[in-house]
Design a protein around this ligand. Structure first.
Ligand code: C2O
Ligand code: CU
Ligand code: CU
Length: 507
């Protein structure tokens, strides 16, 4: 792994920050963000002129008694994102977002990924309760068939294609899969390597929630575009081969000025005057959103790890990179012809709106949101065997500058914590700036923020928590299955690529 880590030696000019060691004194570049805006050179389209695309649901290539088998080819493609322009993407099956995989709880899902990209890849199922061999450790690369092996990263190298095996022994939830290669996750996801993976189960299917065409995944991302329609991204190494990370000015994170939902700019969704379930995913590299639909509250029903015990009504929903919220919006009181905008309170100008709903007509609706959704057993911190602290800060280590956890940069060969399966621990996450902290393998519960009660968005089983500047957040974690080596990291992908990742080992 030394090869690509050495790339950091070239990060010069950080001295312009001068204040690097002052951490929180460095102001975020935009309201509510730890990131900098990269402006498009292309003319931005009129909002609400393209229909919301729904990613196609993948069909298994075969099934047997216990498993469904899928095949996905990772390849480049040229697609129309901004009307009239072509954008070169990297996509699962050449699509952005990739195809949606739908698994039933308890049925194994095997996805054979074939890499036909010009670079190595790593597939991670975010939210998956997955054995380490298929979890996509950042150095376990799948390289294209003709890859020059000199670019391995010190982990397992698989050539051409690889079976990722997901037991899916977990409750219904909205998961997503995305690239996770060490040092290059930011540009890979930015170019399009992200898709939904939904898990359904009998408990959830028995509820009268909106379903079918009224159960809609929304992948929110921000991007910037060059004049010719290509993505703009301030990578230090556009070939995504040697030098990790982004130009100094963007090291806090990259914000685009075009908001895409399911890959389309400010789309419009035609809805009937009825209830809809929306599975909202923030798949942006660094941008946080504060969502609202004036006049229609969110009925929050599910978190990263599935249904809440009971629904909660929220007027705004703050969502950080990596997080998912399942909500129900009730349009039944809206007159046909009405338009409602999904707004972003943390944006300005074009980024202040995300999508528009246009109510077309009345429609029959026998859905409802029951007062009791599921059971969420509480992890009791009084039973914790220990408290561990994870400090997420800007920092430097010798010549190596970037983002650190407990004063250390990511080293794939180092174990930062040994955790026993079945043991409950309290993890205290301490932060200098905005860091959306994600833990692999099993979800956790947010106990408190700064010793105060958590915010409404923290409810239920989480795998990513939006930690704010100068804040500490206590979460209760308990890993129940699969011994192995897993990462925890910041889901601001520029921070992740610039070393804000650590490894825990379960046994
Ligand atoms: Cu969504 Cu480890 O990442
Ligand atoms: Cu994950
Ligand atoms: Cu971060």
């Amino acid at each position: 792994m030394t090869l690509s880590r050495r790339g950091f030696l070239g990060v010069a000019g950080l001295s312009v920050l001068g204040a690097a060691s002052l951490g929180s004194l460095v102001l975020p570049g935009a309201a509510g963000q730890t990131a900098e805006l990269m402006r498009s050179r292309a003319r931005l389209p009129e909002p609400f002129t393209v229909p919301l695309p729904i990613p196609p649901v993948a069909r298994p290539v075969r099934s047997d008694a216990s498993a469904d088998y899928y095949a996905i080819t990772q390849r480049e493609a040229s697609v129309e994102i901004l009307p009239g322009l072509r954008t070169r993407i990297m996509g699962y099956d050449g699509m952005f977002p990739g195809p949606t995989i739908v698994s039933h709880s308890g049925r194994r899902t095997v996805v054979t990924h074939r890499n036909e990209l010009p670079v190595p890849s790593v597939v991670h199922l975010h939210g998956g309760h997955t054995p380490a061999s298929s979890d996509g450790f950042p150095t376990d690369v799948l390289v294209p068939p003709d890859w020059d092996m000199a670019h391995g990263m010190g982990g397992k190298v698989t050539v051409g294609q690889q079976d990722y095996v997901y037991p899916c022994a977990q409750r219904a939830a909205t998961l997503w899969y995305h690239d996770h290669r060490m040092d290059f996750t930011g540009p890979a996801v930015y170019r399009g390597l992200a898709g939904f993976h939904l898990i359904r189960d009998d408990e959830e299917s028995a509820l009268p929630l909106p379903r079918g065409e009224r159960d809609i995944p929304l992948m929110i991302t921000d991007r910037s575009f060059d004049e010719d329609g290509s993505f703009l991204y301030p990578a230090r190494d556009a070939t995504m081969r040697v030098l990790p990370g982004v130009e100094d000015d963007y090291m806090e994170g990259v914000l685009g000025d075009v908001l895409l939902v399911n890959g389309a700019p400010w789309p419009e969704l035609a809805v009937e005057a009825a209830r809809y379930r929306l599975r909202i995913l923030n798949a942006s590299n660094a941008r946080r959103y504060r969502l609202s639909v004036p006049g229609v509250p969110f009925v929050h029903i599910g978190a990263d790890g599935g249904l809440l015990a009971r629904p909660a009504t929220l007027d705004t929903l703050t969502i950080a990179p990596g997080e998912r919220f399942d909500v129900v919006l009730d349009f039944s009181g809206q007159r046909p012809g009405t338009s409602l905008t999904l707004q972003n309170g943390l944006g300005s100008g074009p980024t202040a709106s995300v999508l528009r709903f246009r109510v077309t007509r009345r429609g029959p609706d026998d859905s409802r949101v029951p007062a009791r959704l599921s059971s969420v057993p509480r992890l009791d911190p009084a039973r914790a065997v220990r408290t561990r602290e994870w400090r997420f800060t800007r920092g430097e280590l010798g010549d190596h500058k970037g983002w650190l956890i407990n004063d250390a940069s990511f080293d794939a060969g180092r174990i930062d914590a040994d955790v026993s399966l079945g043991e409950l621990e309290v993890w205290r996450i301490v932060s200098d700036l905005h860091h959306p902290v994600h833990v692999h393998l099993d979800p956790f519960q947010v106990l408190s923020r700064q010793g105060e009660p958590p915010r409404p968005e923290d409810a239920g089983w989480k795998d990513t928590v939006d930690v704010l500047p100068n804040e500490y957040v206590d979460v209760a974690v308990r890993f129940t299955d699969y011994a192995g080596k897993y990462p925890l990291h910041c889901h601001n992908l520029e921070h992740e690529d610039m070393a804000m990742m650590a490894t825990f080992r379960t046994s």
